[in-house]
Every structure is written in C-alpha cells, then in structure tokens.
Design a protein around this ligand. Sequence first.
Ligand code: TRP
Ligand code: SF4
Length: 403
Amino acid sequence: MNPSTPQHVLSGMRPTGRLHLGHLHGVLNNWIKLQHEYSCYFFVADWHALTTEYDNTGVIAQSVWEMIIDWLAVGINPGEATLFIQSKIPEHAELHLLMSMSTPLSWLERIPTYKDQQQKLQNKDLSTYGFLGYPLLQSADILVYKAGLVPVGEDQVAHVEFTRELARRFNHIYGREDNFEEKAKEGIRKMGKKNAKLYKELRKNYQEHGDGEALSTAQALVNTQQNISLGDKKRLLGYIEGESRTILPEPEALLTKTAKMPGLDGQKMSKSYQNTISLRESPLVIEKKIRTMQTDPARIRRTDPGDPEKCPVWQFHQIYSTAEQKTWVQEGCCTAGIGCIECKQLIIDSVLLELAPIRERAIHFLEEPESVRAIIAEGCEKARDTARETLEEVRQVMGLMYR
Ligand code: TRP
Ligand code: SF4
C-alpha cells in the first residue's frame, strides 16, 4: 500500500465460545485503539470456525451474537468501525473460489499452521479440503476489502505473508493489459511536464537502485494528482514497480505487541486449558477463581517466604498493578511480610473494576437484541458495498464479464 491513501484495517475472530480476559488484553484493546486511528473492518469469521467445527455447528450459532455483544460491551464502537458477519458477504466465498484456481497446492501445504493445528487438534478430522484452504479464505477476507493493515497475533503472520504472495501472483497474472506500457506513458504525460519528469526520475531510482524512499515519494506523487483518472493512477502505481497494475494491494501484518495474558494456572489463558475468566463472569465467580489460584508452592504457611517468579498471581500483577504495588508484592512475598490472600485481593479488585462496566454494557445489549441486529445489518451492508466493488473489478480483469 502506499502511504498517502487512508489504510483499511481488517481483522476477524472465530466464534467458538465465550470471550475472556485473554481476548480483551490480547486483541480487543488493540482493536479499540485502532478504530480511532483507521477505517476498521472487524468481522465474525463464522466460515473459518466451520473448518474445525463442521460437525458441531451449534457452537458457532450460539457464539456469533454473544461475541458481537462482547465486542460492543468492551467498547468497539459501531460508529467508528464497521462490524459484520463473514457469511453475510458471499463475495468472500467468490473471491476464495476464483483465487483457488491459481493457488499452488504446495503454498498451502507449507504454511506452518496447517501441520501445527492438525497435530494439536488430533481429536478432530482436519484432513479436509476446507481446512487446507483456511489461509486462502483468510486471504480472500483481506483482499476483498483491499485492506492495508491486518492486526494479528504472531501465529497468523504467515497467513498475511501468504496473502501478499497471492496478491502479487494475482496482479502478475491478471494485471497485464494490452498496451500497458503505452497507456502508462500516456498517463505520465497527463501529469504535466514537471511531475512527469519527477515521476520518471523516481521510478528509475526505485527500479535501478531499489530506493524505497523514491518508491513512496512516487506513490504519493501519483496519489495527489488531480487531473488523471483512477485507471491511470493505478497504471502509474503499477508501472513504478513493474509492468502490471495493482488490482489487489498487498496487505501488511500489524503485529500486536501485548503482554501475553496469563491464565489462572500460569499457562496462556485459553479455553482449552480451562483457566479463563470470561468477560461476563459474575463478581462472585471472579473472586472465587482468583482466591483459589495456585501460588508459589514454597509458601505452605503464612510465615514461609516465597518467590513471585514462581507464582501465576505475579503474572497478573504485571498486567494490572502499578510499580509501587509490584514493589510491595516483591518485598512482601520474599520476606513473608504479606499473605497470598492480601496479594490476590489487589488482583481481584482490579479485575472487578475492569469488568464491571463491561458486564453492565453487555446486559444493556442483551436487553436490546434488535439494536445489535441493526448495528450488524448496517455493517454488513457497508462491507458488502466494498466487497462488491472489488469483485466487479476482479471479474473484469479475469475476463469473466461476458454476457
Ligand atoms: N484466522 C484468524 C484467527 O484464527 C481469524 C481470521 C479469519 C482473520 N480471517 C481473518 C484475521 C482475516 C485477520 C484477517 O484468529
Ligand atoms: Fe504469589 Fe503473591 Fe503469594 Fe507471593 S504473596 S506467592 S506473589 S500470591
């Protein structure tokens, strides 16, 4: 993508159960921040959930609306971000199918998550066509909105990289038009003498010396031209880098830099470890879950000193506590100056404080299912408009507009 066009951010989440603190700290807080900075599209990846839950679709149906309510309750704002459900936008499926024709099988087979997940989820039969195609569907999700930035966790970076390769391949195959070069040169002339000269210099600098700054300056130059058509702009952007137009821009992964949310047992918080606190957990259950957390096994009696490094509660302090509180824990734990109950109480208070407004807003949305449906209907409509436009263009360049 070039720097001067406003970037679309796009990300999806699979509806496979209740959201918990891990989602909040790992993903949602980041989405909340991004929605102020970019035009964001966030969607419920229900088709993606099907790749592992095709024989258990009830979970998906149940989780779709619950997940949307959780998003709204934590502060994803439908006035800022576009929220929608993947399966309501059939263009994802169409683009997936069209791209599947030119996607080498070997590219899919070598994506690390393919074998990893098969190993991890041995109780599921994942030797399906749909599961192999999971990253391709994800690519279609991204490319159908021409998203520039894709916030993902580390495990998904390979999928964004794969998307970039597919986009490049697509543009290479379908971005060539007859007389491309002539048309590009015609476009250059339309920029006027001064700009044309500058464009040619920048293009040369980029092509001959790989000068990245020349590339972005040239892209900015093209994007700020007022007198040339959109088609010419695309051609000129494509001509900087090679001989073809960019139909599907290559997205970039936006790696989320967040501390890993620990679970109640010190492993990563995850439904499959049953160590979660859900976003709508009742205060009583929150208290009980934290009170009964494992601590440093050396602290059998109140008078036994401990080591925070050996205690999952300490990891929670990393997320929730101030520097002062952490010093208090460190010193108190190592000298047996504080008890584990006191130490945990700080965490209980912080989690209750964090989740109280979320729970309240969730109740509000649960009581108004119609308003939630309306938010999603509107989001779907907006997403679909964008997706339709892309598919028009894709069918066009693929030569599928016969009638
Ligand atoms: N695969 C992602 C996950 O498991 C979810 C997802 C589906 C997604 N489509 C996407 C994320 C497109 C980013 C962009 O978390
Ligand atoms: Fe863990 Fe706090 Fe107890 Fe130390 S005092 S063992 S950090 S709960």
